[in-house]
Design a protein around this ligand. Structure first.
Ligand SMILES: Nc1nc2c(ncn2[C@@H]2O[C@H](COP(=O)(O)OP(=O)(O)OP(=O)(O)O)[C@@H](O)[C@H]2O)c(=O)[nH]1
Ligand SMILES: [Zn+2]
Ligand SMILES: [Zn+2]
Length: 222
């Protein structure tokens, strides 16, 4: 679990983070970039979703990815194959990206690419169902993934991310017939926490629901 208050310095780290996030958003706004923060527990399918998204939208939109991982560049290397700017950020022991780390990514974007030409920045956060939702990075929208293998009770047990999400993707829907998951109950549980969130069921494997996801993304673009 991350620290949110530094007693020695008597500062609220969330407050400092928010200032940094506002600053990041200012940069994105100046460049006309829409930024989405993609969050889930480890392995819910963020990177596969990004691969499908890059493949589908490559010709329509200029996309860059800020890829957060604790120690490796495995995900970043997968996404580099799509010939888009991919900025890898290792968080070390931190369980989430914070606005300062993303500011570092924005700096690289500014130095090595032409941000004026970019329409959309997708941030893949560290796999963690709790902490990423507490630290804004300057995004315009939050996307949470919950895979069908995780169980329908998760929105109630870990409400923070589900409360904050603008879009909830129920992923790996192709596996649902093999599981005891009750999708209707899962959706009820999400709605209890966040009545207004857009909910899309999808499978990166079969392509079911991908069209709806791509349409949602395109609606977010400035
Ligand atoms: N059956 C099925 N498997 C999927 C689907 N999406 C992802 N997977 C599998 O789930 C595993 C994890 O997918 P990733 O995309 O790496 O998950 P992630 O959320 O990026 O994982 P972290 O970055 O480690 O948090 C891989 O083995 C994927 O092939 C899907 O729609 N259907
Ligand atoms: Zn934490
Ligand atoms: Zn990943």
């Amino acid at each position: 679990m991350h620290q949110t208050f530094d007693a020695a310095l008597e500062i609220n780290l969330l407050h400092v983070n928010q200032d940094g996030a506002n600053h990041n958003r200012q940069h994105f706004d100046n460049w006309g970039i829409t930024c989405l923060n993609i969050m889930s527990s480890p392995g819910a399918g963020k990177t596969v979703l990004l691969e499908k998204t890059l493949a589908a939208l490559q010709d329509k939109l200029q996309i860059a990815v800020i890829e957060g991982d604790m120690t490796t560049e495995l995900d970043a290397d997968r996404l580099r194959q799509y010939n888009v700017p991919v900025i890898a950020i290792n968080t070390g022991r931190s369980c989430h990206l914070d606005s300062k780390m993303v500011a570092g990514g924005i700096h690289i974007l500014e130095q090595q690419y032409n941000p004026q030409n970019i329409d959309l920045v997708l941030v893949e956060n560290v796999g963690n169902l709790v902490c990423p939702a507490e630290f804004e990075v300057g995004e315009h929208g939050k996307v949470a993934l919950l895979s069908v293998t995780e169980g329908e009770d998760k929105p109630l047990k870990y409400p923070v991310m589900f409360r904050e999400a603008n879009c909830l993707l129920i992923t790996k829907i192709d596996l649902a017939p093999h599981l005891d998951i009750d999708i209707d109950r899962l959706i009820d549980n999400v709605r209890q926490i966040n009545p207004k969130v857009t909910i899309i069921s999808l499978s990166a494997k079969t392509g079911e629901g991908l069209e709806q996801w791509l349409n949602w993304i395109e609606k977010q673009i400035k």
